[in-house]
Design a protein around this ligand. Sequence first.
Ligand code: NAP
Length: 263
Amino acid sequence: MAENTSVLITGASTGIGSIYADRFARRGYDLVLVARDAGRLTTLAQKLEAQYGVQAEVLPADLTDPSLVEAVAQRVREDSRISVLVNNAGMSLSGTFISQTGADINRLVTLNMTAAMSLAHAAATRFAAAGNGSIINLASVVGLAPELGMTAYGATKAFILYLSQGLNLELSARGVYVQAVVPAATRTEIWARSGVDIDTLSGVMDAGEMVDAALAGYDRREPVTIPPLHNEVLWTLHEQARQAMLPEFTQEHPAPRYLRNDG
Ligand code: NAP
């Protein structure tokens, strides 16, 4: 059970991360809450402490700042009570790839990829040595769908899915469980923060429903949980098609379609 263990959640000040904080507190976990907005984190921490009788610590950090990422990673490495990492902090960008600035794309990559990988590395190393622990990484269906026109954001989320699947394969034999959570549009501030009016979208999921579904997948130890995907067979077929290519990749010669035929 959750006794004497805690969960570190990034991006816990609002949205999906704040719901994870509520749900893990309800399960009896103590919390370490990370985001930039110390005021919002403190309000949430006090509420959850009062409601569930757990301890909730606030660890304010801008995860685009390498020294602050390192401080959080150090906490993950050194605090053996932390048995779950929820790698949730993330941002999106408005506009097309060429309308976005290089600086904005760098910030996106730093938060969505570099910080998430650093924290996953810190957690994976200690959890593997201990023989237990879980890492939950927030990916997105956008990472499976270049057609959605969110290229830079989707690329960061494809990275998170790959990272999660790779880590799960590497670490499950060491007692470490890694889950990729793959939401579609979910009602949070991320849309307004990137200049999109959420009320112009259809099929938007409530954040509480999304996290509860993700935690159902977590309890089943699913490597990949896609809350909005009703037809689960489609994901199975996708994975089977990908895996069917693997033996085909070992070839001394290129495929015949690439052999020159200059006449
Ligand atoms: P959100 O409502 O915008 O919340 C993002 C969280 O990340 C906030 O707590 C924010 O807190 C924190 N954050 C943002 N920039 C940060 C930084 N530089 N350093 C530290 N923390 C930072 O977003 P959300 O929808 O809950 O998204 C959570 C995760 O789910 C993201 O990884 C997102 O890509 C993914 N996701 C969301 C959707 C969706 O439709 N909502 C769909 C698929 C995947 P502060 O501002 O206080 O720092």
